[in-house]
Design a protein around this ligand. Structure first.
Ligand code: ZN
Length: 300
């Protein structure tokens, strides 16, 4: 979660400017369809009992070098949330997208609420979400979308909330980011709730999730088996895979065991990118839940 040196920013600016003439307007995602409640029976495809999304944040090289190929070897796909200033290998990410993974939006500059400030020494005050206006936040996410359009050809996608924050602005100007996310994305992975998403009432602009960093395979399996009993959608946020790949990481072997197990359990567990599962639920006419349902739990 370190930030770009001035030369990198200059390169990013140059890159964006050079492609500016060819950029098309970012497609506006379809608004959530609101229909009648669906029956729990058959909510997941092919008779699956639950759904799992694996998400990997911050666009680390290990993701395209090891994680994506490992998933593909087991016929699985994930969501990779790219923070654009950290993209070093655009051609590698193009290949990842072409092989069926989601490239999600994790902003240009990784802005977060610097609360408490002493824990956010890595984040310049210029990128404190408490200082962002709605227009600035919208424009940053829209530009990140346009960059990713160049990598994946312009697909519908989701947002992985930076630092799992849900609001921008400060004091009496603090406001939820949901209206902006609804305009730009199919869905957003909101805060850490440690609860599976209820497929009958998903809050698409703030899908609750679990952190997978530092967990063992047995811990992850126990959580997913709980979701399977309840028919829910469990979303995991990972950062690094293996020591040295990120300050937050899961052990390489524990991660491998998880992927192998998800492959073996594919008859009852549907593993797919966030965008695919969100679109599946929307196509079924699932009614979106109220924000209050998901807002009680605070990120850890
Ligand atoms: Zn991040």
């Amino acid at each position: 979660m370190t930030f770009a040196s001035p030369p990198l920013r200059a390169r990013l600016t140059s890159f964006l400017v050079s492609f500016g003439a060819t950029l098309l307007a970012t497609p506006i995602m379809a608004a959530p369809s609101v229909g009648d409640s669906v029956s729990m029976r058959g909510v997941w495809p092919a008779g699956a009992a639950c759904a799992v999304s694996l998400t990997y944040d911050d666009g680390r090289a290990i993701h395209h070098q090891l994680v994506a190929p490992l998933l593909e070897a087991h016929g699985l796909h994930a969501t990779f949330y790219l923070s654009i200033q950290q993209v070093r290998d655009p051609d590698e990410w193009r290949k990842v997208a072409a092989r069926g993974h989601e490239l999600g939006n994790h902003s240009l500059f990784h802005p977060c609420r610097r609360e408490p400030a002493e824990k956010f020494g890595w984040l310049a005050e210029d990128y404190d979400l408490a200082n962002y206006s709605p227009q600035r936040f919208h424009d940053e996410l829209e530009l990140a979308n346009r960059f990713i359009d160049l990598l994946d050809g312009g697909r519908p996608r989701t947002y992985g909330n930076n630092c799992t924050n849900l609001t921008i602005g400060r004091g009496d100007r603090e406001q939820p980011m949901d209206p902006i996310l609804e305009q730009l994305f199919v869905a957003a992975r909101g805060t850490v709730t440690r609860k599976p998403v209820d497929p009958m009432r998903p809050v698409f602009t703030r899908l609750g999730h679990y952190s997978g960093d530092g967990k063992t395979f047995e811990q992850l399996r126990a959580e997913i088996e709980q979701a399977r009993e309840r028919g829910g959608w469990i979303i995991y946020m990972f950062h690094g895979v293996g020591q040295g790949t990120h300050s937050l990481f899961i052990d390489d072997q524990e991660h491998r065991k998880l992927i192998e197990w998800l492959d073996r359990e594919r008859a009852s567990i549907w593993t797919a990118p966030v965008v695919e599962i969100a679109r599946h639920l929307k196509a079924r006419g699932v009614r979106t839940g109220t924000r209050r349902n998901d807002a009680a739990s605070r990120p850890n």
